[in-house]
Design a binder for this molecule. Structure first.
Ligand code: MZP
Length: 498
């Protein structure tokens, strides 16, 4: 046997040491854009995300609703594969039906905000459209949509009109371009829209003003007009039925696939990647691995990205059941070294995804600093309104259901199959609850702000800079105690008598 004499470590055993923060290093200057598919030195990746977040390939996490909400925020979901090929393809199709836009919560806007503020937001986030809804989610009541691409009227006059509608939130505006009045009339008639078209001299539609009581739940005007850019979406596949699953997913418009497996260092994965590469023009990630050998094996097989992590998931009992796995930080550190060396030698950069075991927001920053290009999370996303599971009240608290793919409930035998029986012989995951946390966007905004602030502490304006500059220290068990509130009587608990 070979012995790894260093203990394998988790994120909580590390902290970041601040670097010099320059005046340019502010959260608003930090860019979280990140590659998720391999690329040659000096070129751009085919697929990049605006934020380094992906949601787990799990029944209790990634359906079409969560995928749409996360794509709207600049991340990506991998729709779960433990369902029929038809159902999974239908979910992919539903996400692809949405056109790219950007949702701003009404609560983020005050009467002092100008159109310029909204457009700046739009530009910062690289979106073609800004939709304003009352709760900041695409399912919320639509208050307004603004596009700026080809506006021909002056910013000033538009500004004034938008101010008018924004201040009392009394009407809606839908900006678009290149549509003639007859076309707009057709649309309005066809879709029973309740709005007033404003046209320019050439009878080209400039924007539509909607009535306050317009029922946005019936129809999202975004899906009727403007941009051809659709949301990005991924899907999980397995190493058994890829011959039927992959063609259907590709047909449905999937952007990227990932082989979902608890242990990816296998000939099954190599065969699957090779099949996809030989037959389709679609990106594919593979995993999960926890060491250099596993990483290089999947890269040689042709993987576009590699997923790292075994046994660290919040619902995972693989380490208890089978005694395999590795602390997530140690796994990432080793795979990152292998990736960087591979890049040096070949000029090909292969993104890595840190999957599972993120408990605190700062773990995400640590994962990025340790070389992850993006993270995959299950528990984090399961807590939100948009996840597919039931919200329940237990005692005084709201919770959402969350179960592992290796639990009896998911019955995802393909994820754990070692080439034998087509049943789940023993469980590697649990069925659980997570505290309900509200809407995806609100939580994500907070997490992103925290990451950006920490990156500023570390003197980094981008993920690449963070990976380059980060100084990371191991912490002792006693310094962990020092890191939380200590030696004080907490007011809340003393009042509640706990
Ligand atoms: P977490 O973000 O909840 O800590 O971890 C999510 C990850 O756990 C998933 O992306 C997947 O890799 C892994 N997972 C999913 N189901 C199981 C299981 O039942 C599991 N054991 O380990």
């Amino acid at each position: 046997a070979h012995y790894y004499l260093e203990p394998s470590r988790t994120f909580s055993e590390f902290l970041l040491i601040p670097n010099l923060t320059t005046k340019e290093c502010t959260p608003s200057n930090v860019k979280l854009t990140t590659p998720i598919t391999k690329f040659k030195r000096g070129t751009q990746p085919d697929i990049a995300l605006n934020i380094p977040f992906s949601s787990a390939v799990m029944q209790s996490v990634s359906d079409h609703n969560l995928a749409t909400a996360l794509a709207q925020c600049g991340g990506i979901s991998f729709i779960f594969g433990s369902q029929s090929v038809e159902d999974q393809a239908a979910m992919v199709r539903k996400v692809k039906e949405h056109k790219a836009g950007f949702v701003v919560s009404r609560s983020n806007l005050t009467p002092q905000h100008t159109l310029k503020d909204v457009l700046d937001l739009k530009e910062q986030n690289n979106h073609s459209t800004v939709a304003i809804t009352d709760d900041g989610t695409p399912r919320g009541r639509l208050l307004g949509i603004v596009t700026s691409r080809d506006y021909r009227i002056s910013r000033d006059s538009l500004d004034k009109q938008v101010q008018e509608f924004m201040t009392p939130f009394s009407s809606l505006i839908y900006g678009t371009s290149g549509i003639t009045l007859p076309e707009a009339n057709d649309l309005i008639w066809q879709h029973k829209l309740n709005c007033l078209p404003i046209v320019d001299d050439q009878q080209k539609l400039q924007y539509l003003v909607f009535r306050k009581d317009y029922d946005s739940h019936k129809e999202n005007p975004l899906s009727l007009l403007d941009s051809n850019k659709s949301y990005i979406v991924g899907a999980g596949i397995n190493t058994k039925d890829y011959g039927e699953r992959v063609p259907a997913l590709v047909e449905a418009g999937v952007d990227i696939l990932v082989i979902d497996s608890s242990d990816g260092y296998s000939e099954w994965q190599k065969e699957t990647v090779e099949y996809v590469k030989a037959n389709f023009d679609v990106k594919i990630g593979a995993g999960n691995v926890v060491d250099r050998e596993g990483f290089l094996y999947l890269v040689e097989a042709g993987a576009d990205f590699v997923k790292v992590g075994i046994g660290g998931g919040s619902i995972c009992i693989t380490r208890e059941q089978k005694g395999i796995g590795r602390g997530q930080a140690s796994a990432l550190i080793e795979v990152n070294e292998a990736r960087n060396q591979y890049f040096e030698e070949t000029g090909i950069y292969v993104p890595i995804c840190s999957d599972g075991g993120i408990v605190h927001d700062y773990h995400i920053t640590l994962a990025l600093a340790m070389g992850a290009d993006f993270v995959m999370m299950g528990r984090y996303f399961a807590r939100f309104d948009e996840s597919p599971t039931k919200k329940l009240k237990i005692g005084n608290n709201f919770v959402k259901e969350f179960w592992g793919e290796g639990s009896n409930r998911a019955r995802n035998w393909q994820r754990y199959d070692a080439g034998g029986k087509q049943t789940l012989v023993f469980e590697e995951g649990v069925d659980s609850y997570v505290p309900y946390a509200g809407s995806l966007r609100e939580n994500l905004d907070k997490t992103i702000y925290k990451i950006k602030s920490t990156m500023c502490n570390c003197g980094s304006n981008s993920i690449a800079e963070l990976q380059q500059n980060a100084r990371i220290t191991l912490v002792s068990a006693t310094s962990l105690v020092e890191g939380g509130a200590h030696d004080v009587i907490m007011k809340e608990s003393s009042l509640s008598g706990e």
